[in-house]
Design a protein around this ligand. Structure first.
Ligand SMILES: Cc1cc2nc3c(=O)[nH]c(=O)nc-3n(C[C@H](O)[C@H](O)[C@H](O)COP(=O)(O)OP(=O)(O)OC[C@H]3O[C@@H](n4cnc5c(N)ncnc54)[C@H](O)[C@@H]3O)c2cc1C
Length: 388
């Protein structure tokens, strides 16, 4: 159980997530990693507990929660299975984008089924041409008599070919150079024209099925435009970025915590013959544990502070959110590596849980907004410059 105080709702949600993590995600985690298995079972169990509806308004049957709950639930899941936390996190970001300006029809067709645990969604923003600049789609949409057609490519779509729908970014033809024209459309899994690339085979996050997609005139019904055409750059900074940053920071914080737990477990139980002492009694190793504890706990405090600030609409929320993801990405790489050192040759020899955590951790810096981009934004914000 996480230690920081939170409202009774969030506490009970975290308990429910811990239960699913323990019963369903933990026994599957190795298979997810080894076989690149997309974690349907855990996502269904989260749905059965209402957690897929974390960001669906209560009036539509959802939990109506915000960033603080997302931070804590993704941490719980990341501690057990990074791939599951990633799929859940992307579902939550996409849900928040849908909920931001949903029409009555979108509420009935997407948000209610999500709240009932019957619909999983995801986010299709990144493209091969603009890479980390996820707010600069080159995919274009055009109007037809019966809706929209999208043409272009997406480079990484978590839960690709598994989710029921995808929140997809595109621009009107000719508007590619103007970031203010970013538009989101809801694409159904079996939409004609949506063609998936090769099966995901990443070095880590092996169950997240982050696949490329070719968009060959993808057919989107007119009612699946989110908000209005071309006026939605606010989606990026008001919805996508805060939810994305918190979901990713929570996921990698959980991975860091899991590596820390493995190191502590090893030091507490491994005893050397020549001294008869447990490694835990060695002062130098104890110092390392202290350093790791400070790093992980500092991240948790910063993330939860940032999430609360975001939920309250505090003026400094954006900077805190940028800082939280920067800090978690640095920490998860350092802490997983330090854990490997503390587990010694045994840690290296056994290609098991710690190896998975180290591989999963490597994605933290390259998930958009990447650490490079975030440091640029944070610096510009502090210096009084516009972010873009
Ligand atoms: C496991 C995984 C799951 C993902 N899931 C999704 C998803 O569900 N939906 C989605 O939309 N995307 C997803 N992504 C994509 C992700 O969010 C990033 O967009 C993507 O990883 C960026 O990689 P790239 O090779 O395109 O980066 P590039 O743009 O080629 O960048 C390479 C490096 O250069 C740096 N860089 C680039 N431009 C600048 C600059 N101007 N200043 C400083 N540094 C710069 C970047 O920070 C990065 O370190 C996923 C990625 C991974 C690895």
């Amino acid at each position: 159980m996480l230690n920081l105080p939170s409202g009774p709702n969030v506490t009970s949600l975290v308990h429910a997530a811990e239960d699913v993590a323990l019963r369903v995600a933990a026994p599957l985690a190795e298979t997810v990693d080894r076989e690149g298995h997309w974690p349907l079972e855990t996502l269904q169990a989260l749905g059965a507990n209402g957690l897929l509806g974390l960001h669906v308004p209560k009036r539509l049957g959802g939990l109506g929660e915000g960033l603080l709950a997302l931070a804590q639930v993704t941490e719980v899941l990341g501690r057990t299975c990074g791939s599951t936390a990633m799929c859940f996190g992307m579902h939550c970001v996409a849900t928040a984008v849908i909920a931001a300006k949903a029409t009555p029809s979108q509420e009935e067709h997407y948000l209610r089924p999500i709240a009932e645990g019957r619909h999983i969604t995801s986010l299709a923003l990144s493209e091969p041409g603009t890479g980390a600049h996820f707010y600069l789609p080159r995919a274009t949409f055009r109007r037809e008599a019966d809706g929209y057609r999208i043409q272009g490519n997406k480079s990484f779509v978590t839960s690709g070919d598994h989710a029921d729908s995808y929140v997809m970014s595109a621009v009107a033809p000719g508007a590619e150079l103007d970031p203010g024209t970013f538009t989101c459309l809801l694409v159904d899994r079996h939409a004609p024209g949506l063609e998936w690339g090769p099966v995901w085979n990443g070095i880590g996050m092996r169950g997240n099925s982050s696949r490329a997609a070719a968009l060959n005139g993808v057919e989107v019904p007119e009612g699946n435009l989110l908000g209005r055409e071309g006026d939605q750059i606010w989606f990026v900074f008001e919805v996508v970025a805060p939810f994305f940053l918190v979901a990713m920071a929570g996921t990698y914080l959980g991975i860091a915590q899991a590596a820390f737990d493995l190191a502590v477990e090893h030091l507490r139980h491994h005893r050397q013959e020549h001294t008869s002492e447990r490694l835990a009694e060695n002062a130098a190793l104890g110092e390392k544990v202290a350093e790791m504890w400070v790093q992980v706990e500092r991240c948790r405090r910063l993330l939860q502070h940032a999430a609360r600030a975001g939920d309250q609409g505090a003026p400094d929320a954006a900077r805190a959110l940028f800082a939280a993801k920067i800090d978690v990405a640095d920490t998860v790489v350092v802490v997983t590596n330090t854990a490997m050192t503390l587990l010694g040759g045994r840690g290296y020899q056994e290609n098991g849980k710690l190896a998975r955590l180290i591989r999963d951790a490597q994605a933290a810096h390259v998930m958009s907004p990447t650490t490079h981009l975030l440091k640029g934004w944070l610096g510009r914000s502090v210096l009084g410059l516009p972010l873009l």
